[in-house]
Design a protein around this ligand. Structure first.
Ligand code: SAM
Length: 203
């Protein structure tokens, strides 16, 4: 399909999408917020949490939801892209996979944290297998970081793509966490290979 035909289809789909419309009404920067809301309602991710790290946070709807609903939590959000300031969110611009940025995150809290969430994804290439491999690597990096930096009762949530690395990532999660669930929110597009892995309680 030609590039302008793809972008025309994308614009049409955005106009029809109820989550896009709802996010505009509610003042969220992305429809992605409804995935986190569904995850939170089902798995109670943020109850009694004080410190939260949001990986791949731009444009910022997940962070907006957290600071609006969980006012007592301290939130650090990082993205490769510079994103507009959100009140009460500590924002960092940089590549999460770089050691220096992980060190900055660690020294910000200087102790174990309660929740790590990751919606990191690279720009899709159109090759669904390649996209799932690269996003799988980001999920693996985020999970290792979470494992090293979460409190023993901590929680980890990450985007994960159904693809060649899926089973390996789930097996790794089960070695690191006592509770592991896979969940595809209703607001996640049906034609996307995206799901979420929700992990609780470190082993
Ligand atoms: N959860 C966000 C929200 O609610 O607005 C949407 C996140 S968007 C689906 C994925 C983001 O991951 C992009 O903004 C992208 O720049 C970011 N990302 C991808 N690789 C990254 C990396 N290595 N380090 C930091 N951010 C990354």
């Amino acid at each position: 399909m030609k590039k302008n035909k793809i972008s025309k289809n994308w614009i049409q789909r955005q106009k029809r999408d109820i989550y896009v419309r709802q996010s505009k009404i509610e003042g969220y920067r992305s429809r992605a917020v409804y995935k986190l809301i569904e995850i939170d309602e089902k798995f109670k991710i943020f109850n009694n949490t004080k410190s939260i790290i949001d990986l791949g946070a731009a444009p910022g709807s997940w962070s907006q939801y957290i600071v609006k609903k969980y006012k007592k939590s301290e939130l650090l959000a990082i993205d490769l892209l510079n994103f507009e300031k959100i009140d009460k969110v500590n924002q960092l611009v940089g590549d999460f996979t770089k050691t220096e940025n992980q060190e900055k995150i660690k020294s910000f809290f200087n102790k174990k944290v309660d929740v790590v969430i990751s919606d990191m994804a690279v720009n899709t290439t159109g090759n669904k297998n390649l996209d799932s491999i690269v996003t799988g690597e980001l999920c693996t990096d985020a999970m290792e970081f979470a494992y090293q930096n979460l409190d023993s009762k901590g929680k980890f949530v990450s985007k994960i793509f159904m693809g060649s690395s899926f089973n390996e990532i789930v097996a790794d999660a089960k070695k690191k966490f006592k509770e592991v669930n896979i969940f595809k929110p209703l607001s996640s597009r049906k034609d996307s290979k995206e799901s979420f892995i929700i992990c609780k309680l470190l082993r």
